[in-house]
Design a protein around this ligand. Sequence first.
Ligand code: SF4
Length: 252
Amino acid sequence: MPNVSKYIFKIQRFSIHDGPGIRANLFFQGCPLSCIWCHNPESQKMLDSKKNSDIQSVCDALMETIQKDLIFFDESGGGVTFSGGEPLCQPDLLFALADSCKALEIHTCLDTSGYAPFSILEKASRKVDMVLYDVKLAIDGTHRKYTGQPLGPVFDNLTRLSDQNTNLLLRWPLIPDITDTQENINGIIEFVKNNTRYRDINILPFHKAADGKYERLSLKNKMGKIQIPSEQSIRKTASIFKFHGFNVTLNG
Ligand code: SF4
């Protein structure tokens, strides 16, 4: 039996937040970013790629679990979402899973930060039915400060996916005082409108569900003092995106 949890640190069945219908979310281990608001800090540690020899058996074991929910996918128009961490950090497993799902006509979503070589992102985007693409911060300095990585690849890759007509939903985490500033919102709207064909955006308001996790893992929670956004501020921010022609959905 392969050690699936080394590759996929969590399987969340019956999710209704990350793509259409009822979904099985597979959370991939490893992420090149270190967003200070991350709800899955345990996902960030990268795998040692040299040891990933049992991809097919991991894929087979995961497909066994996934297939238990086929009836729910069929009834709800749901499927499987590859999330993380960053699924593009384990391309071989991602491609194997996407191919296996396609063979069974299971709808697939790739939930990504977009921070990856374009060749891998492009190949993945052709294998899945839909890409959920994070746009967090529109200014390079703040992107580096709050995620640990430069902005360039994220925006460049988004532009290139748009040029290829990839079916894509933008996702924007609303983090008070960090992403939810007038300057950042304006920057995101301007970039997306000027460089892409995408106008559907899913706003993900910050929540405190990960606080306990930071404590359990003895990790420093830099968001400890940040409060969850009020309903009013969420509505106000959503209305700015709507005013600029975006179709807005909330909470996945
Ligand atoms: S991209 Fe997602 S998983 Fe990676 S650090 Fe940021 S919030 Fe966490």
